[in-house]
Design a protein around this ligand. Structure first.
Ligand SMILES: Cc1cc2nc3c(=O)[nH]c(=O)nc-3n(C[C@H](O)[C@H](O)[C@H](O)COP(=O)(O)OP(=O)(O)OC[C@H]3O[C@@H](n4cnc5c(N)ncnc54)[C@H](O)[C@@H]3O)c2cc1C
Length: 446
């Protein structure tokens, strides 16, 4: 780059190295800016990161993540970083099945969208004919209404309106809503759920594909970021100084700042500005988010569990004793899986938090033993770890005011899965938010 250009290069501080901050830094760098990442922890990835499990003496993730084919901007960044999709993910057509295969819904590859999904419902095992009819009718109605629903409607209200049967609600809609919005149907925002259904059933035949990471989440792409982006680890930023021209952090000048932290931390930084009372509306909006937990359990097995699919739906027949919702057969997709292991995900896990880890593991093992097929019983357990993310995602309720990326402060932008992305709290929302914040910043600064 010529020297004059280097001199003109704007310095931008990105606070928070979750997927939103990382996507912002990557996009800024691509657009000729100099991004600097400030991260309070010592790991890249935020809520989608690697952790060292002392119990299992190995690197695991803070939570099992599933991506889908519709995550186009995430896949785009990974492509820009020169990463091979096949090395990074196991891609498979959408398949939702229980271990005993008493419920099975599989998309047939090759059919155009949304026919592929309608065909999957038509051929689904475990659904009665009237249930299939009701399900297709509800989806077609949504499509005809261009995926717009009554404002303020919850998913439970919509399910009632569409006369979905108790069975369909319990074993199809509720697990799907909790898995995608991490919010139970009586509280969940139907418009956000409709957006998810649109992205996965009506956005091209590969949009509904499952993409299961083969490596830990930090290694997937965060650690492959351009090395010219300095990362300041262990830096919990509480204060950003405003100067005559722009901003200062730790005595270093920046032309602009992207706050890519959760809303409470954004509020703390903005609240520390001397004129913060001028931003009371923004501070109030940042304060209205509520969060729901996700628990992830990793089980190390004595020997391989002989189940053919990489992921299964677990039935929560008795809500008091069946905690597990999704079972991931990690040995079938993880690159360096030397020991057989599975992970189990419990989303919207609030009412399990009062159990001890040991109690929860006991209940889960009972559930897995009951739901394993007779020809493939659960192998003996060698070890386990359990991670609770108390604030895994925001509670996706109707009427929640999501914030735009451009804030009311000059040269200060917001990024994160909680901003106004049209997605619930998911990786693709975080990535799109980070990229959009960076694009707006470049537009405004140049
Ligand atoms: C257990 C679990 C399972 C999930 N499963 C899925 C899934 O299957 N599919 C899916 O798409 N999504 C899933 N999600 C959601 C997904 O992980 C999030 O949507 C996404 O990671 C949010 O990224 P973010 O960058 O917006 O926020 P964060 O990841 O929270 O990033 C914020 C970053 O800011 C840092 N920070 C905070 N305060 C400061 C400060 N003052 N100074 C400096 N740094 C600071 C934090 O350490 C963090 O690194 C899951 C989340 C969890 C927790």
């Amino acid at each position: 780059m010529p020297q004059s250009e280097t001199a003109l290069k704007k310095n931008v501080a990105v606070i928070g190295a979750g997927w939103a901050g990382l996507a912002a830094a990557h996009t800024l760098q691509q657009q000729g800016m100099q991004a600097h990442l400030f991260e309070q922890s010592h790991t890249l990835g935020g809520r989608a990161r690697k952790v060292h499990s002392r119990k299992l003496d190995k690197v695991i993730d803070n939570g099992q993540h599933l991506l889908i084919g519709a995550y186009s901007e995430t896949l785009q960044i990974m492509q820009e970083l020169g990463l091979e999709e096949k090395q990074c993910f196991l891609r498979m057509p959408l398949a939702i099945a229980t271990p005993q295969q008493d419920f099975r819904l599989r998309v047939k590859p090759g059919l155009p969208s949304p026919l592929h999904f309608l065909y999957a419902i038509g051929c689904a095992k475990g659904l009665t004919l009237p249930d299939k009819h009701k399900l297709v009718q509800a989806l077609l109605k949504l499509k005809l209404r261009k995926w717009r629903v009554t404002s303020g409607q919850t998913v439970a209200q919509w399910l009632k309106q569409e006369k979905q049967s108790v069975w369909l609600v319990r074993f199809f809609w509720e697990p799907l809503c909790i898995a995608t919005l991490n919010t139970a149907t009586p509280e969940a925002c139907m418009q956000l759920f409709a957006n998810v259904l649109q992205h996965s059933t009506d956005a091209g035949k590969q949009a509904s594909d499952f993409l299961i990471p083969r490596s830990n989440l930090s290694a997937l792409w965060p650690e492959k970021l351009n090395p010219q982006i300095p990362v300041y680890y262990g830096k919990s930023i509480q204060q950003v100084q405003r100067t005559a021209t722009a901003y200062q952090i730790d005595g270093q000048d920046f032309d602009a700042v992207i706050l890519a932290t959760p809303p409470a931390q954004c509020a703390r930084i903005i609240g520390n500005f001397p004129d913060s009372k001028n931003y009371s509306d923004l501070l109030e909006a940042l304060g209205q988010f509520r969060f729901n937990p996700i628990i992830t359990i990793t089980l190390e097995l004595e020997n391989n569990w002989d189940l053919p699919l990489p992921v299964y739906l677990l039935k929560t027949e008795d809500p008091a004793r069946d905690p597990g919702q999704w079972l991931f057969m990690r040995s079938s997709f993880v690159m360096d899986s030397s020991r057989p292991e599975v992970t189990v995900v419990i989303s919207q896990a609030s009412h399990w938090l009062e159990k001890t880890k040991e109690e929860l593991i006991g209940l889960l093992l009972g559930q897995l033993q009951r739901q394993a097929p007779a020809h493939a019983p659960l192998p003996p357990i060698k070890g386990w770890d359990l991670i609770t993310e108390k604030k895994a995602t925001f509670s996706a309720e109707p009427g929640l005011q999501r914030l735009p990326n451009r804030s009311c402060l000059p040269a200060l932008y917001l990024a994160g899965d909680w901003t106004d992305t049209g997605f619930p709290g998911v990786l693709e929302g975080a990535v799109r938010s980070g990229r959009q914040a960076a694009r707006l910043l470049v537009q405004d600064l140049i």
